[in-house]
Write a protein that binds this ligand. Sequence first.
Ligand code: TIU
Length: 229
Amino acid sequence: MDKLTIDAEPYPLEFDPDRVALLIIDMQRDFVEPGGFGEMLGNDVSRLRSTIEPCGRVLAAARAAGIAVIHTREGHRPDLADAPPTKLARGRLEVGIGDEGPMGRVLVRGAHGHDIVPELYPAEGEPVVDKPGKGAFYETDLHLILKNRGIETLIVCGVTTEVCVHTTVREANDRGYECVVLADCVGSYFPEFQRVALEMIKAQGGIFGWVSDADRAVAVLGRIRRDAA
Ligand code: TIU
């Protein structure tokens, strides 16, 4: 199939529809849902919850187009052997990583709060990458999965914009991937960080990526479905 172009800033991004994947980062209950770890820390989770609806539209369009969909989750082994002591100590929290939180053990694999929200739950055949850090490439098999599928371009959604989304997009960029981050499908607890994080991605001619939105992504993904049909 011919190359397609997604409207984006700082300029439209051309990509090969056979080599594009949707990457959804850490849409986990503990970050996004009321009553979870994020809210327990005093954050306004509604700023993150608003990403679920546009993410869902992009996810549906990606599935209909038949492109690769990959999900990530931040978290640790139940024995916490993969959690740096510095990460466990950070914040001097009364209830922190590994402790019993409102939705089970905080950021521990298998806990209710660690899993992905039902609205965006992975379908069979969609890889879920469990990551111990903020970046989805660090100590995971994401790069291998993408290489094996010939992926060159990543459409990126998820939370939080300035933490795990930024770290992952920077890691991807250094590995030669082109990333387009969908502004309404990524969220931050801090409105100022949301704005500036998106500015940083597309500044300097797209120093480490592009910024677009759900509507523009759905429009271009819809062309893959039509052309493939
Ligand atoms: N997924 C992700 O961004 N992990 C975080 O800890 N984010 C915060 O903003 N705390």
